[in-house]
Design a protein around this ligand. Sequence first.
Ligand code: MG
Length: 382
Amino acid sequence: MRIARVRLFRLRQELLHSFETSSHRKSGIEHVLVELTDEDGRTGWGEIASPSDPYFGAETTATAWEIATRYLVPALQGREGDTPTELESAWSRIRGNEFAKAGFSGAVWDLFARSREIALSEALGGTRAEVVAGVSLGIEPSIDDLLTQVALHRDAGYGRVKLKIAPGWDVEAVRAVRAAHPDLDLHVDANGAYPDDAESTQVFEMLDGEGLTMIEQPFEPRDLVAHSRLQARLATDVCLDESVVALGDLHTMLRLRAGRVLNIKVSRMGGLSIARTAHDIAVDAGIPVWCGGMHEFGIGRAANVAISSLPGFTLPSDVSGSDKYYAADIVDPPIIAVDGRVRVPRGPGIGHEVLVERIERAATRRFDSAAADAVHADVASG
Ligand code: MG
């Protein structure tokens, strides 16, 4: 494979139901789509699923665009490689910026799988024909609203529900959901919102009695010692998300016993190759993994389905149908969950046709490496 052309599209889609986490509320999602074309005219697609604002991590849509056009495109343009990792080595010098890299990694893997005429899942070593999907529910205006949302998604067949929590929206909300759904596979995600103090410890000890599958990212991402201390106190598994960006973080997590579950988020870790390696390390260490989401559109969502088909992904992943979040998908067929399960496609690459014309039409910003003086002259439009 030799990369002959790179196109980028910045695209916004409105959320059907606005979503609030411990840090902020959002009503729409803006991601950057990456299209790679090889010398034979084959294309591969990836999605930079960075949030618009630096509240989940340091990156934003704008920084991802800058890193993509200024560094990633020039590094990849004209590059040749037989495997995804050979092509990914093009950006090995670039530190951080995992979301931006992950979008390019997805496109490289899709292109590779299409060139071999195999499914992305197969290329990655996936073994499942379908993956169990869980839903993530944001902080709602009231507990009644939360109960309505939980009931709605249980009725739609989802067996696992994750609740976003934050100081002031935790024990009462969880107890209300637990009382209404005693058997529900329920877990909570704090996105690092709690200070490491006695009051927080008390909250988590109260949650420990609610039969949760896991408590995700209670503390600030870099404080693995605080997570280790909490895990030692709780029967409930602690899961790490934002804390594990590089493989070194995963080694620290294991050494400190800072959690017993890993959320492998492809975007957070910088792409499919590193996500697969993290999976292998976790499996060896006896740590169950699942795939977290970033409200991906169909392209990133399909890559999440593919990685979730690996054998160590034994917990439900955040790969619910696109229709939970968006009015229309950018791939055909759209990604759907039936009875809380998503089928792993068998077709080449991500296994869905990318609706290129829809993307071209709706993009608010475009970049084309084939355009004259492209690197310096990407033009905002729309
Ligand atoms: Mg999380």
